[in-house]
Design a protein around this ligand. Structure first.
Ligand code: ATP
Ligand code: MG
Length: 506
């Protein structure tokens, strides 16, 4: 049978999910990942813990599939937290440094210096990104700094997908050092027009070119497992790789230009498929590679390589975690929706969750969190509701920038991610966008996208049309207020936002 496994090596944890031929999840296993905060603004992961989480969840799921008579596994897909930078030794397969996580701000000063040195235009032109510590290259550069990692021939530099692929394909001395175009497009050293490492940028960041992974299409055979993982045999093909947000765009079946998705997770990531022409640097947004379908059969009019406009909002679901861990006004994330629904509105309270600076469309590393509009009547329900509404406000600002950049109104939006279970959020979002919002029936669209990319390459599915037919919505939310109400809400948000902008510089 055509069971496909997806490994989702995320920021907060690692999940392996098994999908059957209908794209339905049939089993999964999860391991939480330890977050290390060695200094203010720094965030690290232990690469060994990431790998152990992958190996353990693979074996756990494979064991149950085997017991249920659901084998063999036709293909494995990998999806991952993007931009997080790793360095390891090719000969031993062991890490040479902790992984520096995408949220880590330690290279913010370096980014400022590069901007002051006039490097932004060339970086924007080649990579579609902005100069921000969010991306990988300055993190690798930091690792290679004085007293750091030795740049000798045995060094491998990669993102989380490359690390996992290297270990799956044999690790020490024999692993395959490769990545896919979507992950490469987030490093700040990749030319998204030429679809190749950019020699000038690789040089600018002082990266040894021979240490970088080979860049492959997102769908196609990367290698096979070098050993068994429990009941999963050696020789199982690894045939799909994509960064989590591109995988979610794929898993939402947003195959044609104009289709848009938003994933409400730790942060929120809005991606719009813009087709095969590389978009020019859009104001406030990123231009990124959506996928390269390699040899996969495609319906007429569907290009092999697609690009996306992306809005990366750093803090949405993470604000809910802060209500739980920082303030203690809830004990678990799932209380947020019901608590927020106990009040009809926030009574003028706005929460700007700039807890890690702000990404799209503001790109303000000096923004800091703010809660404004408090009165004696304000309580925890108003605060919870303002955290939910902040997800909607930030998304609407991104979508506005997308409409400007693409010259087209953003129509219906497909949504997923941990916080998308809140109907209150999605209704509020539809109201603000004045457009319908549809929640995917398979909430793990990130994993589904990776499974689809892998299964397409191994013939489990024959075409994108087949996948479009598999996509289902479980709920749809239509605007329930007029544009004047939406605009008034946005005006309040923008007044609150003004208080938070540039705070650390004031
Ligand atoms: N029932 C819920 N109600 C509201 N918010 C929730 C609920 N469950 C999870 N969340 C929020 O969703 C976020 C987690 O979503 P998700 O698992 O999609 O995250 P993620 O960013 O993809 O993480 P990773 O990078 O580890 O995959 C958390 O920040 C949490 O606050
Ligand atoms: Mg995720």
């Amino acid at each position: 049978m055509g069971t496909v496994l997806a490994i989702d090596a995320g920021t907060t944890g690692i999940r392996t999910i098994a999908f059957d031929e209908t794209g339905t999840p049939v089993d999964q296993a999860y391991r939480e990942l330890t977050q290390h905060y060695p200094a203010p603004g720094w965030v690290e992961h232990d690469p060994e813990e990431i790998w152990t989480g992958v190996a353990d969840t693979l074996a756990e799921v494979a064991g149950r599939l085997d017991a249920a008579g659901r084998g063999p596994v036709a293909a494995i897909g990998i999806t991952n937290q993007r931009e997080t930078a790793l360095a390891w030794d090719r000969a031993t397969g062991r890490p040479r440094h902790r992984a520096i996580v995408w949220q880590d701000r330690r290279t913010a000063d370096r980014c400022d210096a590069l901007r002051d040195a006039g490097r932004l235009p060339v970086i924007r032109e080649r990579t579609g990104l902005v100069l921000d510590s969010y991306f990988s290259a300055t993190k690798w550069e930091w690792m290679l700094g004085p007293g750091g990692v030795e740049p000798g021939a045995g060094l491998a530099l990669g993102t989380v997908d490359s690390w996992v692929l290297y270990q799956l394909t044999g690790g020490a001395g024999r692993g395959i050092l490769a990545t896919d175009v979507t992950n490469a497009s987030r490093t700040l050293a990749f030319d998204i027009g030429a679809l190749a490492w950019d020699a000038e940028l690789v040089d600018l960041f002082g990266l040894p070119a021979r240490s970088l992974p080979e860049v492959m299409p997102s769908s196609g055979r990367f290698g096979v497992t070098a050993r068994a993982f429990g009941a999963l045999p050696a020789g199982t093909p690894i045939s799909g790789v994509a960064g989590d947000q591109q995988a979610a765009l794929f898993g939402q079946a947003c195959f044609t230009p104009g289709m848009t998705k938003n994933t409400y997770g730790t942060g929120s990531f809005v991606l719009m498929n813009v087709g095969s022409d590389r978009p020019r640097s859009p104001e406030g947004l990123l231009a990124t590679v959506a996928w390269d379908l390699g040899q996969v059969p495609r319906p007429a009019g569907v290009p092999r390589v697609a690009y996306a406009l992306e809005g990366s909002v750093f803090v949405t679901g993470a604000a809910i975690q802060w209500l739980r861990d920082g303030l203690g006004i809830i004990t678990e994330a799932a209380e947020t929706g019901p608590l927020a629904a106990t009040v009809a509105d926030t009574e003028g309270v706005y929460f700007v969750p700039a807890l890690a600076g702000m990404g799209s469309p503001y790109w303000d590393p000096d923004a800091r969190g703010a809660i404004v509009g408090l009165t004696r009547g304000s309580g925890r329900a108003h605060l919870a509701r303002s955290a939910v509404e902040a997800m909607g406000f930030q998304t609407r600002d991104v979508v506005q920038a997308m409409a400007r950049a693409s010259g087209a109104e953003v129509g219906a939006m497909r949504v997923d991610g941990g916080a998308s279970v809140m109907d209150l959020l999605l209704q509020f979002q539809a109201d603000l966008l004045q457009a319908p919002v549809a929640r995917a029936a398979v909430v793990d669209t990130t994993a589904l996208g990776a499974a689809w990319l892998a299964g397409l390459a191994e013939g489990v599915w024959g075409s994108l049309d087949e996948l479009s037919d598999q996509w289902r919505a479980d709920a749809r939310f239509d605007p329930g207020v007029g544009p004047d109400v939406a605009d008034a809400r946005m005006a309040g948000w923008h007044r609150a936002l003004e208080r938070a902008r540039g705070w650390a510089r004031r």
